[in-house]
Design a protein around this ligand. Sequence first.
Ligand code: PEP
Ligand code: MG
Length: 470
Amino acid sequence: VYSREVESFAAKDDPVFRERAIDFADVELRLLQLLLGLQAESLDGVDRPAIIVARDLKPSDTAHLNRAFVRGFCTAEGGPLSHTAILARNLGLAAVVGAGEDLLAQVADDEPLVVDGTRGVVVVDATEAECLEYERRAAALAAVRASAEAASHEPAITLDGRRVEVVANIGLPGEEAEALQAGAEGIGLLRTEFLFVDRKTAPTETEHFNAYGAIFEAMGARPVVARTFDIGGDKPVGFLNMPREANPFLGWRAVRIGLAQPELLKTQMRALLRAAHGGDLKIMFPMIATAEEMQAARALYQEARAELLASGTPMAERVEVGTMIEVPSAAIIADQIAPCADFFSIGSNDLTQYTLAADRGNPAVASLFDSLHPAVLRLVDQVIRAAHAHGRWVGMCGEMAGDLTAIPVLLGLGLDEFSMGAASIPLAKALIRRLDVAETQALAQQALAQPGAPAVRELIVRWLTERQLL
Ligand code: PEP
Ligand code: MG
């Protein structure tokens, strides 16, 4: 059974799912070892400072690394989306994955080695001077991390006094606790797809309501931006009988489904309004491409509200209704959408994918998929300017918002709210506190004028290095 599952995952088109094959193979191996009474090979016996070099590491190997001694690891195979890489990020371990076959031949036991996870580099024969320099950098990084974590519950106020909102992305109930612990000032993106996967019928209003209650309770008066369901595309839903599409990412997904099946969308919005009673709810729609869609979605929101009002049901007051900006058309006509949206939240993942016509999960076009490309930056700039001209605030909830390289430029472009995975919050806040808005504005203007993403990255890295912010 396991072999079948492993083969089926390994054959998937989507790299995120493809890389789950090793997770299954891992569980299979552990079970067989237990059943056969074999001693599992283990990395928890490492008893002195070490770097693990392997062809690949299974997630369970990574989970069992002896944290007291393992300083980092590098693997010849594997990708950045693998569980092993995700665990390394969460554990704060230096890691380089997918370094290539040569790595194994080049490294001998007990040889000194440098793993530079920031740059994705493995240095095999580092000179003494290089080692000293890396030790200095590692110590500086550890100190920055420690002080960022100690201050993670303080607000992020720039050197010249601008307060920037730093909030979290969550995708499952329960994650709000982690977000609060990391210093989130609210939720900037509550993904609600979890309610729709693996179901034969649509979730009921009660099911929606029960799922959201604990989140609003934990967040109290802090803002929660809930995104209505973003199903379809690569996340087909059984009960909708969706036709097979040639281009699912350009097909029937997200708010397009909600507008075609209004009851589905209104059910979710009624539940959100009820669950957020006494809280600070903001609702946004995914994949809005035109002003008419925004008007139609907003009209459905009004209907949902009126229905609750008619039945005397308690619900959230003063709810802002906005939209994600993640389709290039919406970014281009942001000035036409703004009158009908209370706020924007830029989905840089999809905005990058659609602007550069580069699938966000396809390694073959990974070098094209770069949110720092001036084409994406110019759209972000245009969206923020259009929103501010209409008195609207703008957030960002794509990966870019938590990227330390992108943050100075986004601040300089005038972004009001940064929403990111909880783990990124302490360092993002710490960086914002060390920035001066006027300086970032000059940097942002230079970034917009660069000929490509590598030039933008180089510019920012130089700028950060000059200010000793890297
Ligand atoms: C985005 O597209 O940037 C986004 C935040 O939405 P998702 O990643 O869920 O598509
Ligand atoms: Mg998106």
